[in-house]
Design a protein around this ligand. Sequence first.
Ligand SMILES: [Zn+2]
Length: 296
Amino acid sequence: MFTKHTYDSGKPGPHLLITAGVHGDEFESISAIHRIQTWIQDEIVHGVVTLVPVVNEAAFLRGHRTADDGLDLARTCPGNIDGTVTEKTAHELSELICSADYYIDLHTGGTRISVAPLAGYVLHPNMEVLEPTRQMARAFNLPIIWGTDWRLEGRSLSIARDANVPAIYCEYLGGAQCSIDGINAYEDGCKNVMGWLDMIVHSQPEPLIEHFVEDPRPGAGHLQINNPAPFDGVFIASVSLGDSISAGEIYGTLTTMDGTKSVELIAETSGIVILLHTFPGVNTSDPLCVIMSEQG
Ligand SMILES: [Zn+2]
């Protein structure tokens, strides 16, 4: 269902899988993998790296988050070999994840959403998986590290969790752009993890981490259920990614298409704004704003 590239050092070492394009409209991730393809065979000294620049080719070709069956690949794992295009892709991705020793899944907010640069993971109940996962997230070296509820299902990380594969996902902006800073940060992050695993010769840079949050509450980390739009309309945010916000503060306004109704949207929790709906036209239940609670 997708093209994968495998680079073997010929020496013992781990199998690192890096995927992008689980959603078809997330371009920093895809471009970072394209760059890594140009140097990895010359640089790898231990183990095997598998790169998948676009997992969800059907979604990429239509310029959307999902393929035309409308299923979200990141909610469809482990998929079904006899199912729809997304279910088949989820099946193949899940098998590949189970073959890896470490896994990085690169995302962005896509066309309509922007997300603060972060490395996330599930708080695996097995410390022998959780501890290397934390170290990998630190090694990747984005400003926010966010460990959340391990019980979320259907994700690439759910498959990794069940296979005891240390795994992180990363986010870097989105909003229908392809940020050069994002491509650089993702390429550097993958290098940092490969260096941490002794797969390439690489010295670790100074840490850029500003927030380290672990939030085990049920549903924490589910980016699509926070502050859903109460009705269709035009959303104007009054906060920016990375802002601190307190419960009770206004994070934006939503106005109906005909302009007859407008509401101020109030934050129910305090923390850091890590996701905003940047495309102003929103539909009922679209996620408008995610606030990362700092106390965890
Ligand atoms: Zn995504």
